[in-house]
Each structure stands twice: as structure tokens, then as C-alpha cells.
Design a protein around this ligand. Structure first.
Ligand code: PMP
Length: 369
């Protein structure tokens, strides 16, 4: 079979080819069961084994401590914007740090359920710099502090998470890590809740991961729908309602793929992270030196996953996209709110894919410079 094009979609995004092949091989009969995973009861021993293995592997990959629950939920990160305050705010004060479109959306939605203090915002610089941790105006009594640790649209990533205690806050940190989960380790000593839609680094849309410290359970507002009450979901091992079984299974294949990865001496998540650093360095390095393209994000907070860039002469945008597509480089158009281009280079994008993009960009610049 010919090589598939390289897919730079921001999400739903490219999955490892090995995973797609495994899913295809399993489609009609999973491990001799005579059933597709799509056709299995979520309460049967086959699916329970798939579900438990996936959770074990994720716990292993991300070194999730024993006192954190992993919930396999639905509704995406947008639904979490409401589910989270319903579960954690107790209708009181919360802090939100706005660093791009996604955290802005989170803060807006939370206002329906609690008091929202915007502790810091980078709106003035069009979401291209991260406000220094020391400048955050945190409340004394916040139920939690919410950040988006990787802004998918603006390409701004927190390479280090804030240590809230050292900033004078007793609140747990909540991270929306949808677009960089499993691309690097998470420092759980700084995080109370991490949530992520699956459709970038983990698997199909329709699955949302919520990883939270157990002491944060049991605070849901009475209006919280039962299917979205973290305590109820945890008590039922994420099977209070029928979970998105196929997405869960596919996520499990991705977790096993992550565990198999090798990069020199490194394996698993460490290998993935090293590769992600190399990919991002290659693309930013080329953009910065090109004279033809530019990335406008501060050097200390450039995302390894989502790289927005502009042609200095935007008159060439349409030609760039059409020729990229013809060269087997798909879905490079930037988000409409930012414009220009965006290359999303999640875990499943190999270094060779980024190299192919850089080679194309060089050639395009030579022909249009
Ligand atoms: N947060 C972030 C950081 C995202 O990248 C996205 C999706 N692009 C969302 C939230 C919203 O996710 P969903 O559409 O799955 O609800």
C-alpha cells in the first residue's frame, strides 16, 4: 500500500498507523471472541478486560498516583467546562487563567455555576505570551484554579505547571490538557484535576478523560446530572452509564503503542517526549530562520503540539494550502480566529512527517520568495 499522507489536523487528529491496522484486524472478531468491540456488552468479561488494561496502561504511562481516579467520560472538554464547576465549585469562588480561546471558553461557561475571578489574562498580547505565575491575582478562597496547559488554537503551552502553594493559594490546580496529554509527563504534585478530550493524542472523539485526586470527589452541586457526577462515575468504574466503549478500546491500543515506543535509550512516554521536542525544534527552527514564515508565540511558551505560523506574504496562502495537499501534507489551514497556517504535530506524527513539511515549506519559499 502507498504511504498515507501526513495529516496535521488539530483534532480529530492522525492516529498511529499501527493502531489503525490493529483496529482493522480486530474489527470483525476481537481476539477470537466472534464479536467486534463495537458489539460487546460493556459489562461482559471481554470489554471489562479491555477497559481495565487501558486504565492500567494509562496509569503507568502518566505515573498517575494511587490516590487519583481515572474516569472515562463523554461530552468532550467543552462539556467539562460545565461539569467541572458543577462538581468542584460548590457554587463559590473560582480562579481562571485565560491564555487563549479554550481557557476563555472555560471561564465563560463556569460563570453559570460559580463566581469566576479571571486571575490573569494574555488578551492584550493576543494570546501569544503566558502571564508570569507571580502576576496571577489569585483569590483567597478559590475552590480551584483552572488553566489550559496547552492552547490548541494559539499554540501556547505551559512547559511548567504553577506550584499554587508557592503562589499563596490553597486551591487545587485544574488543567485542561486536551491537546498535549500523553505528550510529556504531568507533575501530579501540582495538579488536582486533569481533563482531556481524546481526539488529539489518545484516540477517537467521544471519550473524555478526567483524572482527579480522590479528596476532590463528593462535592457536586445537587443539580449535577448523575452521569456527570464524578463521585457517581468513580463509584461505578466509569460504567454508571454505557461508556464510549469503542473509543475506550482504541485509546487502549494507543496506550500500548506509547509503551512500545523507543528513542535511543528512552522508552514509552520519555521516548515520545524526546521525539516531540525534536519535531518541534525542527519546525520552529526552520520557521524562525526562513525569512518567509513566522510564528508569533513567545519563545518560552511555544507549544510542541500546535504550531501556528504565517506566510509573511499572505497572498500566497491559498497556493500554499493547495500545493501542500498535493504534496501529501493535509489539514494545515490555521484556525479561522487566528488565520494563517497551523501544523498540529501530536504523538502520532513522526519526525519524517515534520521533515516532509519543512522540505515542502523550503521549496515553496524558494519558488515564491
Ligand atoms: N480544550 C482544548 C484545549 C481543546 O483543544 C478543545 C478542542 N479542540 C476543547 C477544549 C474542546 O473540546 P471538545 O470539542 O472535544 O469538547
Amino acid at each position: 500500500t502507498p504511504q498515507r499522507p501526513y495529516n496535521f489536523s488539530a483534532g480529530p487528529a492522525a492516529l498511529p498507523e499501527e493502531v489503525l491496522q490493529q483496529a482493522a484486524a480486530d474489527m470483525l472478531s476481537w481476539q477470537g471472541s466472534g464479536m467486534s468491540v463495537l458489539e460487546m456488552s460493556h459489562r461482559g468479561k471481554e470489554f471489562i478486560s479491555i477497559a481495565e488494561q487501558a486504565e492500567t496502561d494509562l496509569r503507568d504511562i502518566l505515573s498517575v498516583p494511587a490516590n487519583y481516579k481515572i474516569l472515562f467520560m463523554q461530552g468532550g472538554a467543552i462539556a467539562e467546562n460545565a461539569i467541572l464547576p458543577m462538581n468542584l465549585s460548590e457554587g463559590g469562588q473560582t480562579d481562571y487563567v485565560v491564555t487563549g480561546s479554550w481557557s476563555q471558553k472555560s471561564a465563560k461557561e463556569a460563570r453559570k455555576y460559580c463566581q469566576v475571578n479571571v486571575a490573569a489574562t494574555n488578551e492584550a498580547d493576543k494570546h501569544t505570551r503566558l502571564p508570569n505565575f507571580g502576576s496571577w491575582q489569585l483569590s483567597d478562597d478559590a475552590a480551584y484554579v483552572h488553566v489550559c496547559s496547552n492552547e490548541t488554537i494559539h499554540g501556547v503551552e505551559m512547559h511548567e505547571l504553577p506550584d499554587l502553594a508557592s503562589l499563596g493559594s490553597k486551591a487545587p490546580l485544574v488543567i485542561d490538557c486536551s491537546s498535549h496529554i500523553a505528550s510529556r509527563p504531568i507533575d501530579w504534585s501540582r495538579v488536582g484535576v486533569a481533563y482531556a478530550g481524546a481526539q488529539k493524542n489518545i484516540g477517537p472523539a467521544g471519550l473524555t478523560l478526567v483524572i482527579l485526586r480522590e479528596d476532590l470527589l463528593g462535592r457536586a452541586l445537587p443539580i449535577t446530572p448523575s452521569g456527570f457526577d464524578y463521585q457517581i462515575v468513580a463509584d461505578h468504574e466509569s460504567m454508571y452509564n454505557t461508556p464510549p466503549t469503542y473509543a475506550w478500546y482504541l485509546a487502549g491500543l494507543v496506550f500500548q503503542w506509547i509503551k512500545r515506543q523507543q528513542e535511543g535509550e528512552l522508552s514509552g512516554l520519555a521516548a515520545i517526549e524526546a521525539r516531540n521536542i525534536a519535531k518541534a525544534d525542527l519546525l520552529y527552527g526552520y520557521i524562525d530562520g526562513s525569512g518567509f514564515y513566522e510564528n508569533r508565540v513567545g519563545a518560552d511558551c511555544r507549544s510542541r503540539m500546535n504550531i501556528p505560523f504565517f506566510l509573511k506574504n499572505e497572498a500566497h496562502n491559498d497556493a500554499f494550502l493547495a500545493q501542500a495537499k498535493a504534496a501529501g501534507l493535509l489539514q494545515l489551514k490555521g484556525h479561522k480566529s487566528v488565520g494563517g497556517m497551523r501544523a498540529s504535530i501530536y504523538n502520532a506524527m513522526p519526525l519524517a512527517g515534520v521533515q516532509a513539511l519543512v522540505d515542502f515549506m523550503k521549496d515553496f519559499a524558494q519558488r515564491h520568495g
